[in-house]
Design a protein around this ligand. Structure first.
Ligand code: NDP
Ligand code: OXD
Length: 314
C-alpha cells in the first residue's frame, strides 16, 4: 500500500518529505519519478494533476486534495470514481478570513485613496461611513464564507450570505439559490466571492451581475472581492465595470488564467488590489497532518470527512 503525491506545483517534494517525516511507516512516493508500480498506489495526494493521470492507478481508494477547492480534480473527465476529500482546516479558514476582512476594511476605509494621497503628499480628508451603513454580501456561504461573515458582522457590517441552501447564522441574512440572487445583489455594497468553480458558477461574476449591484450605497458604488476561484469571474467584464464605474474597485486574488498574464491591464489599474492566489496559502504541516489523520482512520474502517459531492462538484 503506497501513498502517491501528485503535486503539480513548485514545492512538491517538501510535501512528500514532510509526510515521510511524520509517518515513517508509510510508503510515500512522489510522482512522477518515484511512482513505481501503479498497482501499489492506494491513496493519492493531489494538486492539479494532468487529466487522465489518476486513472492509471487500478487500486486507488481515496484522493486527497491539498486544497479546499477541488476544481483542479473535477475538470478531469477520467477522474476515478473514488471519494475525493477536500481540506477543511481552521488554519486555512482563519487565513481566508484575514484576507477578506482586510480587503473589506481597505475599501470601506478608502485605503487605496489615502495611499495615492500619501504618494502625492496630499492632506485631504474624505467622509467615512460607519460599518453599520455598509452592506457586505458573501457569495459562497460555506466553511470560509461563514467564518468571514461572522467576523464582519461583529465589526458592525450588515452581512448577508448567498448559498445553495439556506443558512441560520445570528445577525446574518441568508439568501439561497438562483431565485434569491437578485435580492442579495440588490442589497450589497461590497460583494465577496468565495464560490467554488463548478459548471453552475462558471463566469457568473460578469457584466450582467455587476449591473445588479446598487450605485447608491454608503460607499457610493460597489466593490468586488474575489478570493474563491478565477474562473468564476470574467476578467474582461471586471475591467469594463471598473472603467465605466459599475464597480468602484476590486480586490482580486484569483484570475481566469493563472498566473495572470504580465500584459493584463488589471496589474496597473488604480481600482484593483491584486494578489497572486495567496489569500489562504495552506500550511503544509497542518494539511499533511489532516490527510494523515483521515488516512489512518480510513485504514481502521472509519468514515472519511469532507468528502466532495461529485454531482455538485464541490
Ligand atoms: P464550501 O464547500 O464549504 O462552500 C462553498 C459555498 O458555495 C457553499 O455555501 C455552497 O452552498 C456555495 N455554492 C456552491 N455553488 C453554488 C451555487 N451554484 N449557487 C449558490 N451557492 C453555491 O467551500 P469553502 O468555503 O471551504 O471554500 C470555498 C472556495 O474557496 C473553494 O472551493 C476554493 O475554490 C476557494 N479557496 C480559495 C483559496 C485562495 O487562496 N484563494 C484558498 C482556499 C479556498 P451550500 O452551502 O448550500 O452547499
Ligand atoms: C485552495 C486554494 O483551494 O489554495 O485551498 O486555492
Amino acid at each position: 500500500m503506497a501513498v502517491l503525491f501528485v503535486l503539480n506545483r513548485y514545492n512538491a517534494s517538501d510535501w512528500s518529505d514532510m509526510m515521510r517525516d511524520r509517518a515513517p511507516d508509510l510508503d510515500v512516493r512522489l510522482w512522477p519519478d518515484e511512482t513505481g508500480n501503479p498497482e501499489d498506489i492506494k491513496y493519492v495526494v493531489a494538486w492539479n494533476p494532468p487529466p487522465g493521470e489518476l486513472a492509471k492507478y487500478p487500486n486507488l481508494k481515496v484522493i486527497f486534495s491539498i486544497g479546499a477547492g477541488v476544481d483542479h480534480l473535477m475538470k478531469d473527465p477520467d477522474l476515478p470514481a473514488v471519494p475525493v476529500v477536500r481540506v477543511v482546516d481552521p488554519d486555512l479558514t482563519k487565513r481566508m478570513t484575514e484576507y477578506v476582512v482586510m480587503n473589506v476594511l481597505l475599501h470601506h476605509r478608502r485605503f487605496r485613496l489615502y495611499d495615492a494621497q500619501q504618494t502625492a503628499n496630499a492632506w485631504t480628508e474624505h467622509s467615512q461611513p460607519a460599518a453599520g451603513e455598509v452592506r457586505v454580501g458573501i457569495m459562497g456561504f460555506g466553511t470560509l464564507g461563514r467564518d468571514s461573515g461572522v467576523i464582519l458582522r461583529d465589526l458592525g457590517f450588515q452581512v448577508a450570505g448567498w448559498s445553495n441552501s439556506r443558512k441560520q447564522v445570528d445577525g446574518i441574512e441568508s439568501f439561497a439559490g438562483e431565485s434569491e440572487l437578485d435580492g442579495f445583489l440588490g442589497r450589497t455594497d461590497i460583494l465577496v466571492s468565495l464560490l467554488p468553480h463548478t459548471p453552475d458558477t462558471d463566469r457568473m461574476l460578469n457584466s450582467a451581475l455587476f449591473a445588479k449591484l446598487p450605485q447608491d450605497g454608503a460607499l457610493e458604488g460597489p466593490f468586488l472581492i474575489n478570493a474563491g476561484r478565477g474562473k468564476v469571474q470574467s476578467d474582461a467584464d471586471i475591467l469594463t465595470a471598473l472603467n465605466d464605474g459599475t464597480l468602484k474597485g476590486a480586490s482580486l486574488d484569483v484570475f481566469e488564467e493563472e498566473p495572470l498574464a504580465a500584459g493584463s491591464p488589471l496589474w496597473s489599474h488604480p481600482g484593483v488590489v491584486l494578489t497572486p492566489h495567496v489569500a489562504a496559502e495552506s500550511s503544509p504541516i497542518a494539511i499533511n497532518d489532516y490527510i494523515l489523520d483521515q488516512l489512518r482512520g480510513y485504514e481502521l474502517g472509519e468514515a472519511l470527512s469532507n468528502v466532495v459531492n461529485a454531482k455538485r462538484g464541490y
